[in-house]
Ligand binder design. Structure first.
Ligand code: 13P
Length: 253
């Protein structure tokens, strides 16, 4: 089963208004109308609308980096999936390791966000990944499988087509130490086999699993060559067109 590749840029809490606009126009200039794979950017909330407008008519889709578990109400500081959709963004990252480990989000809250986001038609990317201590303790598979199971718990079979997965080992994020192609391939297989057991082989084969964690122009091609690695969720290297464009080019080959 061939899955369309997907390269996403998670800007995290970076760039300003001019930087966001400049980056998108630089990407648009390099990308054909249909490069043959999916491209998305995930700007900070204040620049979502700017990004939606700047990406209009291009192949680049736009998503938020997080959303509230509730659709509206007294949740000071939170942003709802409805608001994200209202601005024209179509995607959302859920369970990113920084949300889990810096902000203490649990599998339970991430599952609620998943249900809320899917319920109104956003397309989530569910991120899973182990810490270095968990890897050293031989718990990688237990951790990612628990995050997968809990994150997908509220998802109906018919909704799975709207969900993308991302394996982002915590120890590889922002460290310059990427998972090797073998390490990425091993965990992607674990995830896909679990999906096959829970949802059937055809569904498992249709779902995209991205790799994230210190993806650069230097390692993108070797990571994307791994069977079962369907794309990349890029942090730091997505902030600079001179680094993100070569990663997009690697996906095209
Ligand atoms: P880096 O590419 O900066 O390691 O970040 C990865 C990431 O967290 C993407 O969501």
């Amino acid at each position: 089963m061939s899955r369309r590749r997907f390269i996403a840029g998670n800007w995290k809490m970076n760039l300003d208004r001019a930087g966001a606009a400049g980056l998108i126009s630089a990407l648009r200039a390099k990308l054909p109308h249909d490069p043959g794979f999916d491209v998305a950017v995930f700007p900070p909330f204040p620049y979502l609308e700017l990004a939606v407008n700047a990406c209009a008519g291009s192949c680049i889709s736009v998503g938020a980096q997080n959303c509230s578990h509730e659709l509206k109400g007294a949740f000071t500081g939170d942003v709802s999936a409805t608001m994200i959709l209202d601005l024209g963004a179509r995607r959302v990252l859920l369970g990113h390791s920084e949300r889990r480990h810096v902000f203490g989000e649990t599998d339970v809250i991430i599952a609620k966000k998943m249900a809320t986001a899917l319920g109104i038609g956003l397309h989530p990317i569910l991120c899973v990944g182990e810490t270095l201590d968990e890897r050293k303790a031989g718990q990688t598979s237990d951790v990612v499988l628990r995050q997968l199971r809990e994150g997908l718990a509220p998802v109906a079979a018919a909704q799975l087509a709207s969900v993308t997965l991302a394996y982002e080992p915590v120890w590889a994020i922002g460290t310059g130490v990427n998972a090797t192609p073998e390490q990425a391939g091993e965990v992607h297989s674990i995830l896909r086999n679990a999906l096959a057991a829970s949802h059937g082989r055809a569904t498992a084969d249709s779902m995209r699993i991205l790799y994230g964690g210190s993806v650069t122009p230097d390692n993108a091609a070797s990571l994307l060559a791994v069977p079962g690695v369907d794309g990349a969720l890029v942090g730091g290297a997505s902030l600079d067109a001179s680094k993100f464009v070569p990663i997009l080019e690697a996906a095209q080959r």
